[in-house]
Design a binder for this molecule. Structure first.
Ligand code: NAD
Length: 343
């Protein structure tokens, strides 16, 4: 046994299949909240109307201007509404963009946050916040943004289109893969990552339709592993691309993952073996490729709308972040090759 430090993060995690509304009401009561701001927009608005039915009398404000990557003007508007409405707690119902909006309000106000996720982003169990100002995404870690409670209900993901389901679950798988070698990795995060990959792969393959219960549980394991392990090369590349070129978050992760795994596999043999085992195959890289083929995963940064000129700029922007934590030393040329292969 090698020496290691594992600092688990606080927070309640509730799995409530088919019961999000009741569980949310119970969590709100347990925290003693009386004036809540509900954050939910876009496709999640209808879901939110149903999930808050047990707390309607406590909703003092609703914020629905959610946008990807939390632009600074959205953060300002959400913080203003929370202050004007004198709320004492925040509830988010939605994907990672919604969770991120709640976190950015919690960051400056210290308000307790309850999250009800509707995708597999995993942000709801991490202390990581993000905000985008003039095309540059800034992120940080702060215990104030860690939700006090998370309510998982797979029924809320039933309406996710197949393309978002696949990309979002692969976003979760990328959390797992990077959790083996990010700076805070330890045997406990690797355990969660391995089970996360196994459950996500089984959930994605079906039979028939995806298994949403498994995907949601896998996304929780992925977020929990990533929250403690931290981020390395893969997340650095994705967050630079997302902030600078407004690429869709989950799809960017999905597209990058095979290239980053291929780059690192030989340099991280223990992780490679665990990933292969989780995918029930002899080697990780071909096993991931087979999964991508089987489920029709998105491939190619070009297909996400990135131009070749932007690709060159992306190499510069990622290289500005060097040195970057990674099991294999990484330089500018490596970044160029990884991005070219993902293109
Ligand atoms: P998203 O929240 O933008 O959702 C993607 C799309 O799916 C949106 O159009 C949304 O309206 C729709 N949608 C969500 N739930 C739905 C449902 N149940 N049915 C139908 N449509 C639904 O994207 P995401 O991938 O969930 O989150 C991405 C954001 O989360 C990024 O900003 C990323 O940086 C952040 N994130 C942060 C962390 C962290 O630890 N801080 C971790 C992961 C992701």
């Amino acid at each position: 046994m090698r020496a290691f430090v594992y600092e688990p993060l606080p927070g309640r995690v509730c799995f409530a299949p088919g019961g999000a509304a009741d569980r949310l009401a119970a969590e709100v009561a347990a925290l003693g909240l009386r004036r809540i701001m509900v954050i939910a927009g876009g496709a999640e608005t209808g879901l939110a109307d149903d999930v808050v039915r047990g707390i309607v009398g406590l909703v003092a404000a609703r914020f629905d201007e959610v946008r990807p990557h939390v632009p600074a003007d959205v953060a300002d508007a959400a913080r203003r509404l929370a202050a004007e409405s004198s709320v004492d707690g925040l509830v988010t119902i939605g994907g990672g963009s919604t969770t991120g909006t709640g976190k950015i309000v919690a960051l400056t106000t210290g308000l307790p946050l309850i999250c009800v996720p509707t995708t597999y982003a995993g942000s709801e169990v991490t202390p990581v916040w993000g905000i985008t100002t003039a095309g540059r995404k800034e992120t940080g870690r702060d215990p104030r943004v860690l939700p006090r409670s998370v309510v998982y209900d797979a029924d809320l993901t039933a309406g996710l289109p197949r393309s978002i389901t696949v990309a979002s679950a692969l976003n979760a798988m990328a959390h797992c893969v990077e959790a083996y070698w990010a700076p805070g990795a330890n045997p406990v995060t690797s355990l969660a990552a391995t089970e996360g990959i196994r459950v996500l792969a089984v959930g994605l393959r079906g039979p028939g339709a995806v298994d949403r219960e498994r995907l949601l549980y896998g996304s929780y394991l992925a977020g929990a592993a990533f929250a403690v392990a931290g981020s390395a090369l893969h997340h650095t590349i994705c967050h630079v691309l997302g902030g600078a070129f407004d690429l869709p978050h989950a799809e960017t992760h999905a597209v990058l993952l095979p290239s980053v795994l291929t780059f690192n596999a030989e340099a991280a043999p223990a992780a490679e073996a665990q990933i292969a085992g989780a995918l029930a195959a002899p080697a990780a890289v071909p096993a991931l490729a087979a999964l991508y083929r089987d489920i029709g995963a998105p491939r190619g940064l070009r297909s996400l709308g990135l131009t070749h000129e932007q690709l060159d700029r992306a190499v510069d922007l990622v290289a500005e972040r060097l040195p970057i934590a990674n099991p294999r030393p990484v330089g500018r040329q490596d970044i160029a090759e990884i991005l070219e292969s993902a293109y």
